[in-house]
Design a protein around this ligand. Structure first.
Ligand SMILES: *[C@@H]1O[C@H](CO)[C@@H](O)[C@H](O)[C@H]1NC(C)=O
Ligand SMILES: *[C@@H]1O[C@H](CO)[C@@H](O)[C@H](O)[C@H]1NC(C)=O
Ligand SMILES: *[C@@H]1O[C@H](CO)[C@@H](O)[C@H](O)[C@H]1NC(C)=O
Length: 502
């Protein structure tokens, strides 16, 4: 190749890359100053617990872990070997094998998932009263009714699918063949139920399945239509925010008839969000916060029972959700980015990369200008995707910075927290920032910390140092969240009460 031709090619390449970058940024300024519209389309009960108040037996939601002690034998029910075997009542202590995760069928009937992830079922043996914890998919024979005593809701009797009650006849023999109705402690069918309150999950699955098909639809529609409204977009634009990150769940892409227990109607409201965003000059990041199967087992990924089940077998469904969102919003002037998945944690890294590749391609089928955001796995080093992501154009890596969720923050004082932002966060951001690699986005942070009873000035300083430092991330940042019962998790409250300046 002649020198001249080489030079011409170089100029052309330079021109094209500038043009490409311009196409993506001409309409809005980077870094973004964004807020997460958390708890809107993907419920997180901790942010507004009262949403769950109307659920009957609201402590017995999907994923709640329970243990049953026979009051007569003073021993716990146990799925021997954690599953695949008999159910006995011979344990003095309740650990994994003695703990059952509920799958809620309705307010009083449940499946019991044991630690091997199998379900307890009634078999034909012993005249149809035998119990084995070896079922892979629950149906009628795996469905049990929990009857709570009027005097003490944690005294229970358990009715099996044959209509009879479970009884601990002896430590080694538990059968579903008891017809009595006594609540006496000496009755072999009476159990004291421990609800592990720390295990109660309050996410989208729990609220929709908790209210059930008759009530969930109205509850969710009322929530979608009141939690965030057009006025909020106006408020954001008047107060220095220029973007929103909107967490959505995979079921929204199957609107209006998502699989049970999810309810339809969210897509229309997401459409409204784009209309309002465009009206007030706010850019939108659509963030697939809850992937099918759950990519982290957390309530915010709509896990049914706390298990992470997203793997290769879910990639095509997850790509389909991204394809749907990209197609629907590619031509909206409000769209700035699509985030392929929020906070994978514990997923296989190679599976994640295959998915990110396929998700990227799905977005690019519909738009060359929207950025594609890849969330860094929570359980990995923040640089683990850096070279992988460097192979794509228009890609952003999302890291989440909280001075929480790790023991290292437990005893930090005000200054130590501030110094941590100035040193560790600055250093992490600079090690992630490369001249032609992916852009970096601090897609979640908040002003909450472990410091007890800090002064307003301290809280303002901690907030402001984060704003300053996270603004060095070239793609910008997004506060978690806009609205929350807990003040430091609500940027609206922070703005109105002069805790944050933008
Ligand atoms: C719950 O489901 C069981 C089993 O299908 C049914 O017998 C019962 O009537 C239902 N209860 C309620 C409150 O819907
Ligand atoms: C409980 O019963 C099972 C089944 O009979 C037996 O294998 C196991 O060793 C017993 N465990 C205890 C702690 O008694
Ligand atoms: C978006 O715009 C392109 C180009 O005008 C068009 O081909 C495509 O069909 C549009 N997509 C949607 C979903 O409207």
């Amino acid at each position: 190749m002649s020198n001249q031709l080489f030079y011409a090619n170089l100029v052309l390449a330079f021109y094209l890359s500038c043009h490409y970058a311009l196409a993506q940024t001409e309409n809005f300024p980077l870094p973004l100053k964004a807020v997460n519209l958390g708890n809107w389309f993907v419920i997180e009960g901790w942010m507004k617990p009262s949403l769950f108040d109307g659920i009957t037996n609201k402590d017995l939601l999907d994923g709640t872990q329970v243990q049953f002690m026979s009051t007569k034998l003073q021993k716990y029910l146990c799925a021997e070997h954690g599953g695949g075997s008999v159910v006995v009542a011979n344990r003095t202590k309740a650990l994994g094998w003695e703990t059952f995760r509920l799958w809620r069928v309705n307010e009083s009937t449940f499946n019991f998932r044991v630690s091997s992830k199998q379900f307890i079922r009634l078999t034909n043996q012993n005249g149809g009263s035998n119990l084995v914890a070896d079922s892979d998919s629950p149906s009628d024979m795996e469905t049990f009714e929990i009857l709570r005593s009027d005097d003490d809701p944690n005294m229970v009797r358990i009715r099996a699918p044959n209509g009879q009650f479970l009884q601990a006849i002896s430590e080694n023999v538990v059968l579903a063949n008891y017809e009595g109705s006594s609540w006496d402690d000496s009755d072999p069918s009476v159990f004291k139920m421990n609800v592990l309150s720390g295990s109660i999950i309050r996410g989208e699955y729990q609220i929709t399945n908790g209210y059930g098909p008759d009530k969930a639809s109205k509850i969710m529609r009322d929530h979608w239509n009141t939690y965030i409204t057009e006025d909020d977009f106006k408020f954001m634009s008047e107060n220095g925010l220029n973007a929103v990150r909107i967490p959505v769940g995979w079921w929204t892409t199957l609107d209006p008839t998502p699989p049970k227990p999810f309810v339809g109607g969210s897509l229309e409201v997401l459409d409204n969000a784009f209309t309002w965003a465009e009206k007030y000059g706010i850019k939108v990041i659509v963030d697939l916060h809850a992937a099918p199967g759950s990519q982290n087992g957390r309530p915010h990924s709509a896990s049914r029972d706390g298990y992470l089940e997203w793997d290769d077998s879910y990639i095509s469904d997850t790509v389909a959700a991204i394809d749907f969102l990209a197609e629907r919003y590619a031509n909206s002037s409000g769209l700035v980015a699509i985030e392929l998945m929020n906070e994978p944690q514990g997923v296989n890294l190679e599976s994640l990369k295959s998915y990110y590749q396929a998700g990227y391609d799905a977005v690019r089928k519909h738009t060359s200008s929207a950025y594609v955001i890849m969330s860094n796995p929570l359980d990995r080093d923040s640089k683990v995707l850096l070279s992988f992501a460097g192979a794509f154009s228009g890609v952003v890596i999302d890291v989440h910075y909280y001075n929480l969720f790790s023991d290292r923050f437990s005893n930090m004082n005000v200054q130590q927290n501030i110094d941590f932002i100035k040193k560790q966060r600055v250093s992490d951001l600079s090690s992630l920032t490369t001249s032609n690699g992916p852009l970096i986005f601090v897609g979640e942070w908040s002003s909450d910390w472990k410091v007890q009873s800090a002064s307003k000035i301290d809280q303002q300083k901690f907030t402001q140092v984060q704003v300053d430092v996270y603004s060095r991330a070239k793609f910008g940042w997004a506060y978690w969240a806009y609205k929350c019962d807990s003040n430091f998790w609500s940027i609206k409250w922070m703005i109105e009460n002069n805790y944050i300046k933008l």
